[in-house]
Design a binder for this molecule. Structure first.
Ligand SMILES: Nc1ncnc2c1ncn2[C@@H]1O[C@H](COP(=O)(O)OP(=O)(O)OP(=O)(O)O)[C@@H](O)[C@H]1O
Ligand code: SF4
Ligand SMILES: [Mg+2]
Length: 321
């Protein structure tokens, strides 16, 4: 039976700016089952990283719930959250900016283990570091290397080893391959898949490109201006996208075999500002199917078919809704 590891309910994060409140994350709902990967995709600035950071309490939410094993961690005290954080780690897009340049590979991986006083002896610590280095496919001779001596793929492997050090159950992967060459991307994606299988990990995999999440996700959530507008298993989203925005995103993916771009739906207008957004569907100004009520009423994310969620006034709802 599926067991929900994490569930996010009506999560909001607004930033105060000179021009008004910026609605970075604006009522987001989803859950992820144990051992599953949920892909979170959307254009730059739509709120993907903020969702990941709020979820791990790296920044504080304005409201909503983040249930980890059915407990709302947004209500945890600082010491309780410190204990919980071992279970929830993050891997960033650019490992170079978050790996301490003055530490060796071995020291970088050891840091969380030392801070959390996981091992009593140096030998135990060394054994664990060697195990982690092996798991992420790094050569032992790189233990004494510094981040600037490694290429992007190896640096990302160090970032992953460090994130795994405390045996987490859940990882937020924030564009972990976006900065890498295509063939290195495939190697890191395969590594993440293998680690998931071996260690039973659960992932929130953030990307701005649908083709990246395709190969790793069980289900995919599409985000637009702080809200999830479609959430479906990965096959349906590619075969039969329901939301007009998802359809437009998909039409922009090139067909690799033919080396051509599919017929492209034109997205009219610019992405609207996330500052003080008006009522109504946030996609209305660019949507070919919009009608008057789209500009007046915000569509809710509803289950239109079993397991398929969509926020559009004109996608049919399940009878029972
Ligand atoms: N600390 C902050 N203060 C003010 N605004 C912020 C802050 N952090 C993020 N934002 C804004 O929140 C919105 C969402 O940003 P976020 O980084 O979550 O987007 P993203 O989907 O991860 O984009 P990208 O694909 O470029 O990484 C953006 O408009 C961004 O400018
Ligand atoms: S609610 Fe209206 S504007 Fe929004 S996606 Fe659906 S048809 Fe388009
Ligand atoms: Mg981001």
């Amino acid at each position: 039976m599926n067991e929900k590891i994490i569930e996010v309910k009506e999560l909001k994060k607004h930033f105060k700016t000179k021009s008004g409140m910026l609605h970075a994350v604006d009522g987001v709902n989803f859950f992820i089952n144990r051992g599953e990967t949920l892909g979170l995709v959307g254009e730059s600035g739509c709120g993907k990283s903020t969702t990941g950071r709020v979820l791990l309490r790296l920044i504080q939410a304005n409201s909503g719930e983040v249930l980890f094993h059915n407990e709302n961690i947004l209500e945890y005290s600082k010491p309780d959250m410190k204990k919980m954080r071992k279970n929830m780690q993050i891997v960033f897009q650019d490992p170079y900016s978050c790996l301490n340049p003055r530490l060796t590979v071995s020291e970088i991986i050891a840091e969380p283990l030392i801070i959390n006083k996981v091992y009593k002896t140096k030998d135990e610590l060394e054994t664990r570091i060697d195990e982690l280095i092996g798991r992420v496919g790094l050569s032992e001779r790189l233990k004494t290397s510094y981040p600037h001596e490694l290429d992007g793929g190896r640096r990302q492997r160090v970032g992953i080893a460090r994130a795994l050090a405390l045996n987490p159950e859940f990882l937020v992967l924030d564009e972990p391959v976006s900065a890498l060459d295509v063939c290195i991307q495939a190697q890191i994606l395969n590594l993440l898949k293998d680690l998931q299988k071996e260690l039973g990990l659960t992932y929130l995999f953030i990307a701005h490109n649908l083709s990246v999440v395709k190969h790793i996700s069980d289900r995919i959530a599409v985000m637009y201006l702080g809200q999830i507008i479609e959430l479906t298993d990965y096959k349906s989203i590619f075969k039969d996208p329901l939301h007009p925005y998802t359809q437009a995103l998909l039409s922009a993916i090139p067909i690799p075999k033919l080396g051509v771009q599919k017929e492209r739906l034109i997205l009219r207008g610019d992405v609207p500002s996330p500052i003080n957004p008006a009522e109504g569907c946030r996609f209305a100004g660019r949507c070919d199917y919009s009608k008057q009520n789209c500009f007046e009423e915000t569509p809710k994310l509803i289950e239109s078919e079993p397991g398929r969620w969509v926020a559009c006034h004109y996608v049919r709802q399940l009878e029972q809704n």
